[in-house]
Ligand binder design. Structure first.
Ligand code: COA
Length: 152
């Protein structure tokens, strides 16, 4: 029996938001204005079916990932698993389902950003076949106040 056999992958609903927000924080993910409840509703409306959670048999959310599809590229955001449930294949199960849904939408490539010091995330995505791409540098502009790195 795999260690995550008690886990089912399901679609996120806003009822999950408080628990998922705590999971993001416990995972030390960089919280931005786009992680508030209103922005999360907007995201859910934009990409229904790409925001996934991993639930235990009793309904507890122990993992999450958010996908984005803009019609050209697929993006992976905020993959996180509860610290006490890591190394049990839960993130792989979430990513298997998300990548399958990306393919179903017609996506041919998935992309993501990993913070420079996040060696765990690099090891996780490397074993899934993701590669560091050095031909382009990520550029961006804050369109609203409060999104800049010092608040991390
Ligand atoms: C990254 C993260 C989501 C992985 O979740 P997980 O459920 O523990 O991952 P899995 O059990 O599915 O791991 C699958 C494989 O990835 C690799 N891996 C996962 N965690 C690893 C670690 N800490 N060190 C080295 N390799 C690791 C291993 O090859 C692992 O297989 P194995 O356990 O048989 O060796 C989890 O550590 C986490 O929530 N981290 C904090 C949030 C974060 O950094 N998210 C990514 C943002 S870009």
């Amino acid at each position: 029996m795999d260690q995550h056999d008690d886990i089912a992958i399901a679609e996120f609903t806003m009822d999950d938001y408080p628990v998922v927000h705590v999971l993001w924080q416990r995972g030390d993910l960089w919280m931005r204005p786009s992680d508030g409840p209103e922005a999360t509703i907007l995201k859910l409306t934009r990409d229904p079916g790409l925001f996934l959670v991993a639930r235990t048999g009793d309904g507890r959310v122990v993992g999450t990932v958010m996908g984005g599809w803009d019609g050209r590229r697929a993006y992976v955001y905020h993959l996180a698993v509860a610290p006490e449930r890591r190394r049990q294949g839960i993130a792989d199960a979430l990513m298997d389902e998300l990548e399958e849904r990306f393919r179903g939408l017609g996506a041919v490539k998935a992309k993501l950003q990993i913070l420079v010091e996040n060696e765990t995330s690099k090891a996780f995505f490397a074993q899934r076949g993701y590669l560091l791409e050095t031909d382009c540098e990520p550029w961006g502009k804050e369109l609203v106040a409060g999104g800049a790195p010092p608040t991390r």
